[in-house]
Design a protein around this ligand. Structure first.
Ligand code: SF4
Ligand code: SF4
Length: 138
């Protein structure tokens, strides 16, 4: 009975975006208490426009548009440093992947390898191109 009430309450508090991120990542966003350890250890943080702990906060607030327009989810290198450091066991790397999936499932490509010139394709490392197709395109 109590568990049912708790679930109903959580559903009312969490909007659809929050629920989708939790469903795709398997993570509990409410567990984050904003200690900032994830951002402090993130090697990609200097290149991000929204820091990793801020990503969680924005999701909690249901600010989908701000997140989808940010570079951060694509700059994340999926290195799992944040996931290992989090004292609350939040796997932020999985959350970043969930955010990328939400965008890619709307057929919005971040990387556009087909727009590259033949010369550029010849210059770039093949592994980078393959990764681009795999990770940044729908
Ligand atoms: S380390 Fe964990 S608890 Fe701390 S801000 Fe990052 S996700 Fe939240
Ligand atoms: S997985 Fe992404 S957000 Fe986490 S530490 Fe690595 S680059 Fe930063």
């Amino acid at each position: 009975m109590f568990r049912g009430m708790k679930f109903e309450l959580e559903s009312k508090i969490k909007n659809k975006f929050v629920q989708k991120v939790e469903e795709l990542s398997g993570e509990n966003l409410s567990a984050c208490y904003q200690c900032g350890k994830c951002s402090a250890g993130c090697p990609s943080a200097p290149f991000m426009d929204i820091l990793p702990n801020q990503v969680i906060r924005l999701i909690q607030l249901g600010m989908k548009k701000e997140l989808m327009n940010s570079k951060t989810i694509w700059i994340c290198a999926s290195c799992f440093t944040c996931s290992v450091r989090c004292p609350k066991g939040v796997d932020l790397a999985k959350i970043m992947e969930a955010l990328r999936q939400i965008q890619l499932r709307q057929n919005i490509d971040y990387g556009k390898p087909l727009n590259l010139s033949k010369e550029k394709i010849g210059e770039l490392p093949q592994i980078a191109l393959v990764s681009n197709f795999r990770k940044f395109t729908a």
